[in-house]
Write a protein that binds this ligand. Structure first.
Ligand code: GTP
Ligand code: MG
Length: 467
């Protein structure tokens, strides 16, 4: 036996799912959303957009699990129904499904029902049908006739309600009507207002109706759940990276040797924040497999904050590994010993100060620089509170919108100030810790293994993902 045999067997027994329904109900849209691809097929707000059956395959870890078939929309269901009934009357002994088989094998290529024949042909070749419903429409005769014909194929049918957002009443009506048709295993799946939960339920419904494919479908469900979690996590991490890089950004305002005027420093900050946000957007779109066309983002209003390191805040001393509890550190905090620092500190002096607690001279030297700067009155120019808050809130809003955007959506996502989003608990603490650690601006092994950094990252990621 060769290695490829199991694989080949597998592909032969792939589950075939036909997506059917009246024209313009969102069949192609559903498949785009399932595939997370804006590329599949053509979507248009017009009847008869899809002209041929198109196939796509869904896989779990490279193992193909099911084929999904997009079909042309049914248009003239009354004519189709009448035609089928006529065939049935002609050959009374035939089973209902045989009548359909007869229809598809005898239809000519210029028959007015040729389009319908393509659909029925695919229906007969499939294991299960997803019948897409535009719930905004009432349960008209044409839909009843369609369902009658489809039911004749003797395949399980899952009615999928599309356009559900804001149409609860109509949805209830459809449910009642289909119940009268003994169709209870319905599903809400708005292809534009996406929810992963709805997608999962779609596979679970298929699973209960086609028992023989239970195990591969479970693989698919697990795989897609894993993928979805990874996608959301990667996005939240990317946003955290943005927030960190902006919060850590600082420029010394009195950087004389560069002779940069205050205005130039400001420009650089604006530029930095805008570009950083733009890059983040680019990455997020790639993570969710959307394109630049999908999102419109207004320029973020950036404002400058002047910020002075409050060097004696206990949190900072601790962050640098200094023993805050020592009498000398307390003394330093009270202002004593500053002259030591400013006057150029030696290792001996630092030790005498008693403030080094396992942090080592290099850390203390770095800390010393900041004390010097602080005493000299150096201020840092950085993105101010409002900028950081707006940046975070709009990224959170963007993330939510991307997580709930189906790949069939045509409307552009607008990113605004997002005042309805909330900041994480401890926001101020997180930001102040980041500001005190400009060396964290870019990812590095040292940063990423730093416990304090890890905890900040976790808090930001969790806050971004909570709804
Ligand atoms: N608001 C909203 N619009 C949707 C939804 N699903 C589809 N649409 C829109 O409905 C129209 C038809 O979508 P298609 O996916 O082309 O429909 P179809 O059933 O494949 O159409 P045919 O191929 O012509 O039979 C498009 O304008 C879509 O953008 C939805 O869930 N919500
Ligand atoms: Mg279509």
């Amino acid at each position: 036996m060769t290695h490829s045999t199991p694989h080949r067997q597998n592909t032969h027994t792939l589950l075939n799912v036909a997506v059917v329904g009246h024209t313009n109900t969102g069949k192609t849209s559903l498949i785009r959303t399932m595939l997370r691809s804006t590329e599949f097929g053509v979507i248009e707000d017009a009847a008869g957009t899809t002209r041929h059956v198109e196939q796509a395959t869904l896989a779990a870890d490279n193992e193909p699990i099911l084929n999904v078939y997009d079909t042309p929309g049914l248009e003239d269901s009354r004519a189709l129904f009448a035609h089928i009934r006529k065939l049935q009357a002609k050959a009374k002994l035939q089973l209902p499904v045989q009548v359909l088989e007869h229809f598809v094998t005898h239809v000519s290529s210029n028959d007015p029902l040729e389009q319908e024949a393509k659909v029925i042909r695919q229906v007969l070749r499939s294991d299960i049908l997803l019948y897409i419903v535009d719930v905004r429409e009432p349960f008209l005769e044409k839909y009843r006739l369609e369902l009658d014909i489809l039911a004749q194929a003797a395949k399980p049918i899952i009615p999928v309600f599309n356009f559900t957002a804001g149409h609860q009443h109509e949805l209830d009506q459809w449910r009642q009507n289909l119940a009268a048709y003994r169709m209870h295993a319905t599903l809400e799946f708005d292809t534009v207002a996406f929810s992963f939960e709805a997608e999962k339920r779609l596979y679970q419904k298929i699973q209960t109706l086609v028992e023989s494919h239970y195990t591969p479908l479970q693989k698919l469900i697990d795989y897609r759940a894993r993928l979805w979690n990874q996608t959301c996590l990667a996005a939240a991490k990317r946003i955290t990276e943005l927030v960190v890089s902006v919060a850590c950004y600082r420029e010394s305002k009195t950087s004389e040797h560069h002779r940069i005027t205050a205005a130039l420093v400001e420009d650089r900050l604006h530029d930095f924040v805008r570009k950083a946000e733009q890059r983040c957007l680019h990455d997020l779109l790639a993570i969710f497999n959307f394109s630049e066309k999908d999102v419109a983002m207004q320029k973020i209003p950036v404002s400058n904050g002047q910020w002075q390191l409050d060097i004696f805040a206990p949190g900072i001393l601790k962050a640098y590994g200094l023993d805050v509890g020592s009498a000398a550190a307390k003394g330093a905090a009270a202002g004593a010993g500053i002259d030591l620092v400013v006057g150029g500190m030696s290792l001996g002096a630092a030790t005498a100060l008693g403030a080094i607690a396992g942090a080592g001279w290099s850390t203390f030297k770095r800390y010393g620089d900041e004390i010097k700067a602080s005493v000299k009155g150096t201020k840092w120019q950085c993105a101010d509170e409002t900028t950081l808050i707006i940046l975070y809130l709009r990224q959170k809003q963007l993330l939510k919108k991307l997580m709930h955007r189906g790949h069939a959506a045509q409307e552009t996502v607008q990113v605004d100030k997002a005042e309805n989003e909330t900041l994480p608990e401890d926001w101020n603490k997180l930001i102040s810790a980041l500001r005190q650690n400009p060396q964290w601006q870019e990812s590095s092994a040292m940063r990423n293994s730093h416990l304090q950094y890890q905890s900040i990252e976790t808090q930001l990621v969790q806050a971004l993902l909570e709804s």
